[in-house]
Each structure stands twice: as C-alpha cells, then as structure tokens.
Design a binder for this molecule. Structure first.
Ligand SMILES: *Cc1c(COP(=O)(O)O)cnc(C)c1O
Length: 377
C-alpha cells in the first residue's frame, strides 16, 4: 500500500466486533508480573502499548520490516543512533546537518575517541573518500541528512549507502525534511532512518518527539537498549497526539509541497529577491538527482532577500501570516533567519531565510510574502 494509505490505516486495533477504531492511551508505569516466565510487558520505560501503534505506523511508512522506536525527541533518537558508532572511529556527517546532531556527534567522539568528518553531502565522491581516508581513522557511521538543513543539499542515498555497505560502514538517514512520502531511505540501502516526529509526522507544532527505524533486528535491539538505559521516552499523551497528527500526513505534505514549489517559482522571479533555493527548481544544483530519487521536493524553501541580513530580519517583522519562529513542518507557515543563532554554520549565508511552507491558501501566503518584501525594500 502507498504511504498515503499507510498513514491512515497502520497501527489500528484488531477488527473485532465492538473494538475501538483508535488505540487506547494507557496510563500505567508498571505491569502485573507474578514471576511466571514471559510477562509481555514489565515497566513503561521498556515498552508500552501506547507506543506500539505509532511505532508500527512509522515503521510501515518507512517500509521497514520492524516497528519504529519512538523517543522523547528527535535528538533523543539521534543520540541513541549515534551510539551505534564504534568508539575511536569516524562519523562522516554533512557539514549542514541539523546543528544539534553535529554537536552530539562531536561530543560523543570527543568522549570516546574518534572524529567527526564533516563533508558536502551532495558531493558523492568526496563523501565516499571520507569513509576510509589515508590520513585518519576509518568511519563506522555515515550520517546523511537530505535535503540538508538549511542549505537543502540533496544526497545520492543509493550510491552513498552502497559504498558505505561495501566499506562496512552503517548508513543513517535523517528523513525529517523529506518525510516518508517523498523518500524511503531503507529501500535505497540505508540501515537506519531517524525522524524528528515534532515536524511533519506530528505536523501541528504542539509536541516534541522522535523516532528511529530499521529492518535489522540486531540494530533495533541496540537502539532499544540505549532508549531503555538513556530513558528519553515519549509520554503517552504526546504519543497519542502524534498518531492523530500522522493520520493526515499525506494531505498536509501534498498541499505544502505543491505550495512550496509554486512559491519558489514565483519568488525566483521577484525583483526584491536575490536568491531562492528549492530542490524543485531547475536552478537547484541537485534538481535532477532530487527528481530521480524523491517523490516530491519537500516543503522547505530558502530565500535571500535583496538588502542582506538587515532586510531578512525586517522581513520576519513585516509578515503578518507567516510566523517568525524556528522549527518547521507544522500546518502553519513559518520562517526564520538561521544565522541569528550564533552556532549556525558560517557557510550558511547571513541573509538566508528558511521558509517552512504550511497548508494555508497559497495565494494568501504569496500576498503576505510579497507585501513584506515590498515593505522592507
Ligand atoms: C528538528 C530536527 C531535529 C531535532 O528534533 P527535535 O524533535 O527538535 O529533538 C533533527 N533533525 C532535523 C532535520 C530536524 O529538523
């Protein structure tokens, strides 16, 4: 079945007469356990029946053979998966990966030995060369984010995953930006997929949650063990909200992707815009790769207005409908100038605005952007 159908149908209770259509929320920290061998559940930090439907749905959406593992946040999932790296080796990662991911990778390797090798993830040859260079430790983990945050570089996942596998390196893909509607990295050779469920999967900017997905029982076991000891588990109410949000994933993403492409095209012709990037534009450096590997181009646009960082900041104050805020993937459209954050990579232009396109009417979104660009010119 297509991901659009799975988002609605997966993780439902068994169809028995009188059964609820939606899974219940169970509020219990512990389970009856009498010493007879094999209680299915023991304690709510290990596994709960409230996580299970969401874990099944996310696993099926990512075309995995096993259910996902949900976490308290995207970063909790990412931290657990980074721990798959062998101490003393290299983690190869995009230089424009999500900031906290890079911080977590650097902290982990600083503690356990090893290095983080930051690469241009769109440059396939350079990434492959970084897996086993002559002058440093070989990699045990290849971290891919595609499209990257916020530069929207698109990676050749099948080529990178094949090279990594041949070199004995695990491939992880952060699929937050694309969503499983646009790409399913496990079907392209990746070993593990991670998500910030906070963004498109939940979709309403009302909770923070993460997930890790793999078809490999041994890897799932290691990630699960890390969740159990790390303890960064999702609460039952957030889990219920996330599954409720997931049911409309296809409608939201189809709408926001279509609007993003339309807005990107119009912005590219706007006299007050210096540069626009979106993987759906033919001018994007990896447009053809994105067209070949993805079903849709995502809902993020980057925009550099004429007038530099000051004009970009002024634009975030001049919009009425777009919300000036960090994060992305909600039903509401939002925008932010990334370099206002001191930790953002210096290779991200100071005047770059990241736009997350939501599900409002595209003409209203356009009118607001256009008036804000004119107001700040
Ligand atoms: C937001 C985000 C994360 C972190 O997820 P949280 O849910 O905020 O912990 C990781 N990767 C990407 C690409 C993100 O956008």
């Amino acid at each position: 079945m297509s991901p659009a159908t799975l988002a609605v149908a997966a993780g439902r209770p068994p169809r028995e007469q009188g059964a609820p259509v939606n899974p219940p929320v169970v509020l219990s920290s512990t389970y009856v356990s009498t010493g007879v061998p094999g209680p299915e559940r023991l304690y709510a930090r290990y596994d709960t029946e409230t996580w299970q439907p969401l874990e099944e749905a996310v696993g099926q959406l990512e075309a995995a053979d096993l259910p996902a593992l949900v976490f308290a946040s995207g970063m909790a999932a990412i931290d657990a998966v980074l721990h798959l790296a062998t101490p003393g080796t290299a983690i190869v990662a995009p230089r424009h990966a999500y900031l906290a991911t890079l911080t977590a990778a650097h902290e982990l390797t600083a503690r356990e030995g090893g290095v983080v090798r930051e690469v241009d993830i769109a440059d396939t040859d350079a990434v492959i060369a970084a897996l086993a260079p002559a002058d440093g430790p070989a990699a045990s983990l290849l971290w891919i984010e595609t499209p990257t945050n916020p530069m929207l570089e698109v990676a050749d996942v099948p080529a990178l995953a094949a090279a990594a596998r041949a070199a004995g390196v695990l491939t992880v893909v952060d699929n937050t930006f694309a969503t499983p509607l646009a790409q399913r990295p496990l079907t392209q050779g990746a070993d593990v997929v991670v998500h910030s469920v906070t963004k498109y999967l939940a979709g309403h900017s009302d909770l923070v949650m993460g997930a890790a997905v793999t078809s490999d029982p041994a890897l799932r076991g290691r990630i699960h063990a890390r969740r159990t000891t790390g303890g960064a588990i999702a609460g039952p109410w957030e889990t219920w909200l996330a599954l409720r949000g997931l049911r409309t994933l296809a409608l939201r993403v189809e709408r926001s992707q279509a609007s993003a492409l339309e807005l990107a095209r119009r912005l590219a012709g706007h006299p007050l815009v210096a540069e626009v990037q979106h993987p759906g534009l033919p001018t994007h450096p990896q447009h053809e790769r994105a067209a070949a590997l993805m079903d849709g181009f995502g809902s993020i646009i980057t925009l550099r207005p004429r007038g530099g960082a000051e004009a970009a900041d002024a634009l975030t104050r001049a919009v009425h409908l777009w919300v000036p805020a960090t994060s992305l993937g909600g039903v509401e459209s939002s925008l932010e100038r990334r370099r206002r954050l001191p930790a953002e990579a210096p290779t991200v232009p100071a005047d770059l605005l990241r736009l997350s396109v939501g599900i409002e009417d595209v003409e209203d979104l356009w009118a607001d952007l256009d008036q804000a660009l004119r107001a700040t010119a």
